[in-house]
Design a binder for this molecule. Structure first.
Ligand SMILES: Cc1ncc(COP(=O)(O)O)c(C=O)c1O
Length: 503
């Protein structure tokens, strides 16, 4: 099916391929540059020509490290025993040397290994698509573009980092890796990457997601991974949670504790994380680097960039290269992170040192946090149920380079239905947050008459999330808002390294 999207109309002149019009990734363009067709909505302006040569959009050769360009460097992670900045050797039980280097590097660009690029070729460059039919549906003068990462084998942006993480582990001779998964997208991505490089993979899948998404578990098993519901009885951390609450829905923080515990207590096993850390966001910048080239090729400049945030990796991956351009004064887009109402770590959390996991096994990271033992209600966007935010995104937020909002899940699913019925793609529950925020912005443009260019991170498809759609369509989906009381209680337990703020 993907083939037909990228077929060339010049090769098949009898057909008119929509790909020529909309898919700005790997499509083969018409010989003569053409202009975007005007929609029936006369307020939508035509834009610049398509790229003359699609090979101009190549997979980026380097990941981008935003830290190199920040006016103030982010605070370092701390060793939880000494409260001193972590040393590389503190991290080596968990990560291979190359990833530790990437975690702490100040270098602006890191070369992507050829073997990783070779795997990226399975789905990259990903398409940048103009949502013309959504624009029309909303009757907005805004021009909406989305960068679609759902074309990867696992169905999201997560393989962008799973592949290099597994590759660097394989280079160091590591045979076993463990991880957590919230939405199931990260676990399947790591399972996929391990199957390519011959590593064993074990995944702790958050209980709520394990129950809601049996096919994600089967995907992981198909790629050869072992999957456990979290909390599990296998680990000390899991057993402790189950003692307190045998029916615990789990959380990313708990699942991380379980996987980290296993890696820390088995010398032959390393840990992989699907979000939050610097090296993960670094790998994801392949999205933004590619998107910059695609937007340049069509003569567009984003006015607003929108992405959903769980631990921050798809958002950072798209936004960071654009923030570089913003810092250099070339462009000045508004950059907006969208969180779930049930787990608004950036919007409602405090900026303080806290653990990355529930049991307190990880280094202390300065980040926006709702408290490491905060267990969000089991919303359908399982990948956004994380108590903290990437320290780098938290820092960028503190520096004032971006803004944040939260949206409740019924509005998100309403937006997803509009998106599916106009653009065709059924989004994963996580990017429905970005879609809902994009729709808000586009409707605002309808009020003001502004023809802003909105760029949205559409980070994954929802083909294994249909039970959530069923709930919504049957009218059974309810909004689960954060509880101020619950947040206060968990904030009271974060380490006392500095004066705490109150929510
Ligand atoms: C499709 C999808 N989008 C978004 C997220 C949230 O993670 P992040 O904020 O790191 O992109 C997840 C996490 O599992 C996911 O699976």
């Amino acid at each position: 099916m993907a083939q037909s999207i990228y077929l060339s109309s010049s090769a098949y002149p009898q057909f008119s391929f929509k790909g020529d019009e909309q898919f700005l990734g790997r499509f083969v363009p018409k010989k003569t540059p053409c202009r975007l067709r005007l929609l029936s909505n006369s307020r939508v302006a035509p834009r610049a020509a398509y790229p003359v040569d699609s090979r101009a959009i190549e997979i980026p050769r380097r990941w981008y490290n935003l830290i190199a360009d920040l006016p103030v460097k982010p605070p370092p992670p701390l060793n939880p025993k000494t409260f001193e900045p972590v040393k590389p050797e503190d991290l080596s039980p968990l990560f291979p040397d190359e990833l530790i280097k990437q975690e702490v590097t100040d270098e602006r660009f890191i070369d992507i290994p050829e073997e990783v690029i070779d795997v990226y070729r399975l789905w990259r460059p990903t398409p940048l698509i103009r949502a013309k039919r959504l624009e029309k549906l909303l009757d907005t003068p805004a021009r909406i573009y989305y960068k679609y990462e759902g074309v990867s084998p696992a169905g999201s942006h997560k393989p962008n980092t799973a592949v290099p993480q597994v590759w660097y582990n394989a280079q160091q001779g590591v045979k076993n890796v463990v991880t957590e998964t919230g939405a199931g997208q990260w676990g399947s991505s790591l399972a996929f990457a391990c199957s390519l490089f011959g590593l064993n993979c074990e995944v702790w899948q958050v209980r709520a997601s394990y129950d809601q998404k049996p096919y994600r578990k089967l995907m992981m098993q198909t790629w050869g991974a072992k999957v456990h519901p979290s909390p599990s009885t296998i680990t000390e951390a899991g057993r402790r949670i189950l003692e307190q609450d045998p029916l615990s829905p789990g959380s990313l923080g708990i699942a991380i504790s379980e996987a980290v515990e296993v890696a820390a207590t088995n010398a032959d096993t390393k840990y992989c994380l699907g979000s939050v850390l610097n090296h993960v966001l670094l790998h994801q910048t392949v999205i933004g680097e590619e998107c910059i080239k695609q937007m340049e090729a069509i003569g567009e400049t984003p006015d607003v960039i929108i992405g959903c945030t769980g631990g921050g990796s798809n958002f950072g991956g798209l936004a960071f290269p654009f923030i570089r351009e913003k810092l250099s004064g070339k462009i000045n887009p508004l950059i907006r992170a969208v969180e779930p109402a049930a787990c608004p770590s950036l919007t409602k959390g405090v900026y303080a040192y806290d653990y990355g996991d529930t049991a307190g096994l990880t280094p202390l990271m300065k980040m926006h946090t709702l408290g490491h033992d905060f267990i969000p209600d089991p919303i359908h966007a399982g990948g956004l149920r994380y108590h903290g935010m990437s320290p780098l995104i938290s820092h960028v937020y503190e520096l004032g380079f971006m803004e944040t909002i939260w949206i409740a899940q019924t509005e998100c699913f309403a937006g997803a239905i509009q998106f599916a019925r106009s653009e065709g793609l059924i989004p994963a529950p996580e990017p429905t947050h970005a879609i809902a925020a994009t729709i808000r912005e586009a409707l605002h443009c309808r009020e003001t008459g502004e023809s802003k260019v909105i760029l949205m991170a559409m980070c994954g498809h929802g083909h294994f999330d249909l039970p959530a759609y069923e709930k919504y369509l049957q009218g059974d989906l309810v909004d689960l808002s954060f509880s101020e009381e619950k947040i206060k209680a968990s904030l009271a337990k974060i380490p006392l390294l500095e004066p705490k703020l109150t929510v």
